[in-house]
Ligand binder design. Structure first.
Ligand code: RB5
Length: 153
């Protein structure tokens, strides 16, 4: 599966770990930065790179990391078509796919250890959207996006 990943400086180490972990599972992982833990960068810049890759079809899923995951999730959810889920535990990641059809997983590098992050990634990548009543709700998220676009016209 093609997966795009990025982080800010605060979660660089966990990003590197998860990138290698997903590659070891056979995924084609595209690293969109940042490239060190020292240089302070702005998480919205890196959120947008991954969200664009998902929306352009270059990646099936995105993974975003910042210190808490909050800044990345807030930024990513401003992008039309993106449903980003901040998950600190595997059960949330499973439900983010099953119920919300999330296309971006967000992790907190200062909150989660590497093992918990791996389990959370596994749950996300191995769960399918359940459709049915959840599809109706996800469609309504799309309607909100359309309405926002119309209001800006
Ligand atoms: C960076 O210090 C930190 O604010 C950022 O990684 C993130 O946690 C923001 O939500």
């Amino acid at each position: 599966m093609r997966i795009a990943i990025s982080s800010d400086h605060a979660s660089f180490e966990l990003k590197e770990h998860i990138k290698k972990y997903m590659s070891s599972l056979g995924h084609d992982v595209s690293d969109m930065g940042t490239d060190n833990a020292e240089t302070g960068v702005d998480y919205p810049d890196f959120a947008l790179k991954v969200c664009d890759a998902v929306n352009d079809g270059e990646a099936r899923f995105g993974v975003l990391l910042c210190g808490t995951g909050l800044g990345m999730s807030i930024s990513a959810n401003k992008v039309n078509g993106i449903r980003a889920a901040l998950c600190y535990m595997p059960e949330c990641a499973k439900l983010a796919r099953g119920h919300n059809d999330a296309n971006v997983l967000v992790l907190g590098g200062r909150i989660m250890g590497p093992q918990l992050a791996e389990w959370t990634v596994d749950a996300f990548l191995n769960s399918e959207f359940e459709g049915g009543r959840h599809a109706r709700r996800v469609d309504k998220i799309g309607e909100i996006e359309k309405k926002q676009l119309k209001d800006f016209d």
